[in-house]
Design a binder for this molecule. Structure first.
Ligand SMILES: [Zn+2]
Length: 489
């Protein structure tokens, strides 16, 4: 059996200015042909799972292209068409294929294309026809559309946030594709959309944990292949942003609808539990200083590169520097100019810095300070968090600066902080500090919950705020909770 694989993932934050270029994809992750297999074998991501399943099932994989970049502005026409055409050309050149397995995101938007995944799948069908199974894994922040259902054979979203189950979804789509080819499965899907936009909410506790348990109970019933509470992505201002329940059954549409309706009603019954109550930067630092279970991790959720924010915002850093307490650190601030300045000055130098705040006014003004250059690195390390373990990260030139009593790491590339790796790279053992501050919405939990005494999430003015009422929506479909009351019925 021969299955073509590939991935094309972008989480589009339409509130970011400009467009996301082809160069951004090429510079972040661009894996062609055999490189796609070589770089992902054993990595805890979707493609790693696809490779593992294919190897134990004896399936020949035909690798096409894998590319992604940090969540950011609307994908440019050039980026979309180039990536699409590269994947299609490799599929055309592959010869006889039994199935196609792809990882997409679900929250992609390109110039003039609100629903990038639905459009991509429709255009793929024009190339490969209607008969071949196209089985897709996605990120639970995807906005599911009718076009995606119409043109994919089956869609499997990850269930966990942090996304620690991407590897299992990768395995699953290859296993499902193989069973479809062998005539053992005939997936049918039912989508139930909810009139809500939920702020990013972890599945490790709270309402999503409860909703997932209900989904998993349905998955335990015969005939249910997948039952997924799909969060949607509230930072894509397009008419199709949706939280939804998507159920895949083995040729049983009534069962799929029954499960979707049940989970949807259950989720709506606890919608108020999704309303965030988060401290601002000053309050978060005050709470951290009062905490006795150490270390305290403070996550600035509203300047999360993983949702499209710049990562150079200064609100939380300013509050931490003002406290000026020993054994406190910040990892990390995206600030290429300061990282370069530190590398040019060298270890042991004291330099005047102007930290962050260079993209817009929303994320705070630059911070001027005297900084001691403690160490310099190339920004490369391997993730150890269950989400993506084994993956090489490369944040470019980085530096550990000391400002007063606070250690501040600055870096070149945009990324959220997933695990302690970026601290260790700079000689900081976060297990032994009092407060470690970072920028991440929820993914940090997978790496830090096992080692943190206290976790505090803080919401400052930023592009990934949990206070959705602060976002300048113009295109989403109304009414939608929490901007509007939950519609009756
Ligand atoms: Zn996600």
């Amino acid at each position: 059996m021969r299955i073509a694989i590939g991935y094309f993932a972008h989480e589009t934050n339409t509130f970011c200015p400009g467009t996301t270029s082809l160069a951004a994809f090429r510079e972040t992750q661009w894996e062609e042909g055999e490189e796609l297999i070589r770089k992902n074998r054993g990595v805890r991501n979707d493609v790693g799972g696809m490779i593992a399943a294919a190897e134990w099932l004896g399936i020949e994989l035909v690798p096409t292209l894998g590319t992604t970049t940090q969540p950011s502005a609307t994908v440019s026409t050039e980026a979309y068409t180039t990536i699409r055409d590269e994947i299609f050309a490799r599929i055309r050149a592959a010869g006889d294929l039994d199935a196609i397995c792809l990882t997409l995101h679900g929250a992609g938007s390109a110039e003039g294309i609100d629903d990038m995944e639905g459009t991509f799948l429709r255009e793929l069908r024009a190339v490969v026809g209607d008969e071949i199974p196209v089985v897709v894994s996605l990120d639970l922040h995807g906005n599911t559309t009718q076009a995606m259902l119409d043109y994919a054979t089956a869609l499997f979203y990850c269930h966990e946030y942090p996304h620690i189950d991407m590897y299992e979804r990768g395995e699953e789509i290859v296993e499902v594709a193989a069973k479809i080819v062998q005539g053992e499965l005939k997936p049918v899907m039912h989508l139930r959309t909810l009139p809500v936009a939920i702020p990013p909410t972890t599945s490790f506790s709270g309402p999503v944990k409860a909703i997932n348990e209900r989904c998993f109970a349905w998955e335990g019933k015969p005939g249910v292949l997948d039952c997924n509470f799909t969060h949607g992505f509230p930072y894509t201002d397009v008419p199709v942003i949706v939280t939804s329940v998507l159920v895949v059954t083995d040729n049983d549409p009534a069962l799929a609808k029954e499960a979707a309706d049940d989970v949807a009603a259950y989720a709506l019954s606890m919608i108020e539990d999704f309303r965030p109550h988060l401290p601002d930067a000053e309050e978060a630092v005050a709470q951290a200083l009062a905490a006795t279970d150490l270390p305290v991790i403070i996550a600035e959720i509203s300047d999360n590169c993983g949702g499209g924010a710049p990562g150079s915002g200064t609100h939380l850093l300013r509050a931490l520097l003002a406290a000026n307490e020993p054994d406190t650190c910040f990892g990390f601030l995206v600030d290429p100019a300061t990282a370069m300045q530190a590398h040019e000055a060298g270890v042991g130098a004291t330099i005047p810095v102007r930290l962050g705040g260079f993209t817009d006014e929303l994320h705070g003004a630059p911070i001027e300070a005297e900084a001691y250059v403690k160490c310099l690195t190339d920004g490369r390390f391997v993730l150890t968090t269950p989400m993506g373990a084994g993956q090489l990260e490369d944040y470019g030139k980085m530096a550990r600066l000391v400002i007063g009593n606070v250690d501040v790491i600055v870096g070149t590339a945009r990324s959220q902080t997933f695990d302690e790796g970026v601290f260790l790279l700079h000689g900081i053992d976060v297990r032994r500090v009092r407060i470690a501050a970072l920028k991440s919405q929820q993914h940090f939990r997978a790496g830090f919950e096992p080692i943190a005494g206290t976790i505090i999430r803080c919401d400052t003015p930023g592009l990934t705020t949990s206070n959705l009422a602060n976002l300048p929506y113009t295109r989403i479909t109304r009414p939608i909770w929490p901007l509007d009351p939950l519609p009756e019925g």
